[in-house]
Ligand binder design. Structure first.
Ligand code: APR
Length: 223
């Protein structure tokens, strides 16, 4: 089978990384307009860097959980797996997944808004950092903010449209275009989540429960 997997913050929740929209989620404590938009960054780059510096520190301290490990194992089996994540953490890669498509960017990478260069982000970024390529002080986390276009949409659309099975794991389906991918799916669709998401009705099948339990059980059935 060709399997396209889309993950969201729920897959990393049990690694101790907060989700965005659950009770105590990041967007209940921070104003996303201030910390996750190009306009917010233009107004107060130090505030935005502080926010992502804290996320980067949490990510460095976290370890992959059983759901990340199971998805890495899935790719070693007979199926052709495309792993797409909305997460900016690196836990899929650290669990052993290769070729992870980070549609919302990566915490551990930096981007120069002046020349487009990318490099490994230092643990702590600041508005005074210089781009190693052009020298401009226009460095930002390599994150896709609200109002920006997610990365690799052509590859993502192609993988989802041609798959036999599309699986969304740990995402509230509140943010587009990720939330609309289920409509594109060529084959069967499965939602794995703690509880029904905003788009639950669009899926053929559902499995509800913590990702660290449900994902390994599902992967074991497929291998
Ligand atoms: N196992 C499975 N699902 C879980 C778990 C868990 N242990 N814990 C939480 N969830 C589910 C929640 O029920 C919720 O549906 O994960 C989902 C998390 O939803 P969000 O916090 O909205 O995260 P996500 O869908 O990834 O957000 C999408 O929003 O702000 C942006 O760019 C950010 O990529 C992010 C995007």
């Amino acid at each position: 089978m060709k399997i396209a997997v889309l993950t969201g913050a729920g897959v990393s929740a049990e690694s101790g990384l907060g989700t965005f929209r659950d009770k105590d989620g990041l967007w209940t404590r921070y104003d996303l307009n201030e910390v996750a938009t190009p306009e917010g960054f233009a107004r107060n780059p130090a505030l935005v860097h502080d926010f992502y510096n804290a996320r980067r520190a949490n990510c460095a301290d976290a370890t992959p959980n059983a759901a990340h490990m199971a998805l890495a194992e899935l790719a070693t089996g007979p199926h052709e797996v495309t792993l797409i994540t909305q997460n900016i953490d690196n836990l899929h890669t650290r669990a052993g997944s290769s070729d992870v498509i980070h549609m919302h960017g990566r915490l551990m990478r930096a981007l120069c808004a002046a020349c487009g260069a990318r490099w490994d982000a230092p643990l702590v970024m600041s508005p005074h950092d210089h781009c190693p390529s052009c020298g401009a002080t226009a460095t930002r986390p390599d994150i896709v903010w609200f109002g920006e276009i997610p990365y690799d949409m052509d590859a993502i659309s192609a993988a989802v449209a041609t798959c036999d099975l599309f699986v969304a794991i740990g995402t509230s389906a509140e943010v587009y275009p990720a939330a609309g991918l289920v409509e594109l799916a060529g084959g069967q669709t499965l939602e794995i989540n703690l509880a029904p998401s905003a788009r639950a009705n669009a899926f053929d099948d559902h499995r509800f429960g913590p990702a660290s339990e449900v994902v390994p059980a599902w992967v074991a059935e497929l291998l």
